[in-house]
Design a protein around this ligand. Sequence first.
Ligand code: 8YV
Length: 327
Amino acid sequence: MSATFSANLSETSIRPEVLAVANLPPFLMDALQAAFVVHQRLNETDPAAFAVAAPRIRAIAASGESKVSAALIDSLPALEIISVMGVGYDGVDVAAAKARGVVVTHTPDVLNDDVADLAMALMLALARQVARSDRFIRAGEWPNGPLPLGRKVSGARLGIVGMGRIGQAIAHRAAAFGMRIAYTARSAKPALALHYVASPAELAAQSDFLVLITPGGAGTHKLVNAEVLKALGPQGCVINVARGSVIDEAALIEALQAGTIAGAALDVFENEPNVPQALRELDNVVLTSHIGSATGQTRRAMADLAFANLRSKFEGAPLPTPVPECR
Ligand code: 8YV
């Protein structure tokens, strides 16, 4: 039996049992461990021990990147809630959860600023060659001549794919840079005084910078494909702070290598934490390690909300932030 299981068994009758399916930050784990009996799936080495605990598990604590499959949900007969510490929950089989009467919660809003800040940071880093210039100096290349010139961001045309809460936060920031902003989304949002375009390809054709901030999942799988990249054109740049699945990574690599587009700044990838060697080798690419919400302040706020959802469930109180499908 694993240490986690043996340490917690004595308390199982009093506190609800929670299965953590991600490497959650210590401030969330501490809160969970104080209130619940926590089983850590990533550390669990003994399947037999898990089989013993499984019938008692009433909650799953997950991150935005976690996969919570129908098979996992089916293996937990007492499951009542899946609490995701993240706004995105595309890894959770929500239909399977709902079919079982299991509610899914997430952590919207508290990360809007951070993700929007990072989108701007990536756009500026790419266009103004911040990372490239840093590499240039460290490699001792400056004395040999200047870097090629970068691209101006202020006043440029920005296309935003996805106009939810974070998309709006990006638009707000971009407006301060005097950018001309257009967007595409499932439907137009007339309340926003922004130009709506029906398709990603059409939007790309009229953008210098195309920022992706749409939910992941089946509905947006490879939404940005070779056709969209072609429409973006040899002067265009793509910035992805959504999910790796939203862009066709192979088509992106091809477009970058062929000069079909000018550059890419990526915080998310198809197969994290593995980033294709081809992307790592390109100079017209800025890479970050899925850090959109990764500040101490925001991750704590997300942890608080993820915890509040679990606590509310077991106190019989209204859930602060169920996902839209479970409202
Ligand atoms: C985090 C995210 O990587 O909110 C999301 O959907 O992808 C990120 O903020 C993650 O969920 C942190 O647990």
